[in-house]
Design a protein around this ligand. Structure first.
Ligand code: NAP
Ligand code: MG
Length: 404
């Protein structure tokens, strides 16, 4: 069989621990035999980040801006324990945070739906993709405890020296708490554009919800910015694609989600996204079956698994024990990136290969062969539990059948 050739390089960001092991297996068994992989490789493994003073993360983000598409392996975000474990020069920031800031992107998380792993909500038939606005609100707040009676005000002092404005937050008669939040038009606009772009890219409806009836300035600003950008830049494109933009109140959205069938994108303010993404991912089954795409308003895409480096399995692996780590989300990160590269470079064989690899992965699970995490929750009778490598080899076998 002739290998599929690529044009533009794909930005490849390698990572840490168990997912780094899976990364290698996926490339060897599922990609390199079929595709003449053209990647620009960046090693975001913690040792190399430390050795380069984290410059490699910045270089990888810049390469994503240059080429447009990246695939990333899970990486360690250092904490105190990692400082000693890896003898680090510094407690480097989360690579995902660095890359997201440089691309000005929004993260979309979508469950991988497969027969045999049934969502807890029985009417959810298709994935619900959550987009979380990852800037501001309670995550960048200023808060105080108020010890005793006194006034709290919001004061705005214009930089140009014009007159201050102030409003009363509360005239405290006793002790209490207070909090100040902010957000930026720029950031909300980027968030909105990323959401509209991704809806068009995946041909799914877009939902957005806030509490604008109660928060008539703050939340209303989000609603207005979305509405304005939609009217001016996306309305016609949405009509042409046969998709809709739907705005409602957050409580109405939550009620509707429970009765919906899925198959749409739900854009959430920062806090709603934090909370709802955990609810949706647990209801769909497993963190190991969740993909994640970072989409910038300029149309750059970075694909990865939503889970981490699966540290506990890695330590077993290091001791020579057998692991049964689920590689599905990491495989789907590769297929997402390859399909996108195929679309942008007009290589239909590459996109078709990505489809086939996804099909082979799902068919393997549907045939009853799966990793331990899925065997624990599947509705399939007597599943065959495979180790990390054998699961990938089972997918390879299906893939070869499908490509014949
Ligand atoms: P994790 O790697 O997602 O794993 C948490 C637990 O979830 C695992 O111990 C495992 O449960 C289960 N799990 C997750 N992925 C699985 C898979 N593919 N197959 C089977 N089981 C899976 O989260 P963590 O242990 O909190 O974090 C480990 C490291 O990952 C940390 O250093 C963190 O900084 C990093 N992290 C990176 C990213 C990223 O790069 N995007 C995201 C999150 C965390 P059992 O142990 O019960 O089998
Ligand atoms: Mg959360």
């Amino acid at each position: 069989m002739q290998k599929i050739t690529m044009k533009t390089p794909l930005v490849e960001m390698d990572g840490d621990e168990m997912t780094r092991i899976l990364w290698q297996m996926i490339k060897e068994e599922l990609l390199l035999p079929f595709v003449d992989l053209n990647t620009e490789y960046y090693d975001l493994g913690l040792e190399h980040r430390d050795a380069t003073g984290d410059q490699v993360t910045v270089d990888a983000a810049n390469a994503t801006k240059k080429y447009g598409v990246a695939v990333k392996c899970a990486t360690i975000t250092p904490n105190a324990a990692r400082m000693t474990e890896y003898n680090l020069h510094e407690m480097w920031k989360s690579p995902n945070g660095t890359i997201r800031a440089m691309l000005d992107g929004t993260v979309f998380r979508a469950p991988i739906v497969v027969k045999g792993i049934e969502p807890c909500v029985k009417n959810w038939k298709k994935p619900i993709t959550i987009a979380r606005h990852a800037y501001g609100d309670v995550y960048k707040n200023a808060e105080m405890t108020i010890p005793a009676a006194g006034r709290v005000e919001l004061v705005y002092t214009p930089a140009d020296g014009s007159e201050e404005s102030r409003i009363l937050v509360h005239d405290f008669q006793g002790s209490g708490v207070v909090q100040g939040q902010h957000n930026l038009d720029n950031s909300i606009e980027s968030f909105a554009r990323s959401c509209f772009e991704y809806a068009l890219d995946t041909k799914q409806d877009l939902w957005f919800a806030t509490k604008d009836t109660i928060s008539k300035k703050y939340d209303h600003r989000f609603k207005d910015i979305f509405a304005e950008i939609f009217e001016n830049e996306y309305k016609e494109k949405f009509e042409a694609a046969g998709i809709t933009y739907f705005y409602t109140l957050i409580d109405d959205a939550v009620a509707r989600i429970m009765k919906a069938e899925g198959g749409f994108i739900w854009a959430c303010k920062n806090y709603d996204g934090d909370v709802m993404s955990d609810m949706v991912s647990s209801a769909f089954g497993s963190l190991a079956m969740m993909t994640s795409v970072l989409v910038s308003p300029h149309g750059y895409f970075e694909y990865e698994a939503a889970h981490g480096t699966v540290q506990r399995h890695y330590y077993k692996h290091l001791k020579g024990e057998e692991t049964s780590t689920n590689s599905v989300a990491t495989i789907f990160a590769w297929t997402g990136a390859l399909r996108k590269r195929g679309e942008l470079d007009q290589i239909p064989e590459l996109s078709a290969f990505a489809d086939k690899l996804e099909e082979a992965t799902l068919a393997t699970i549907e045939s009853g062969k799966m990793t331990k995490d899925l065997a624990l929750i599947t509705t399939i009778q007597n599943p065959t539990v495979l180790n990390s490598r054998d699961f990938i080899l089972a997918i390879r076998e299906k893939l070869e059948e499908l490509l014949k």
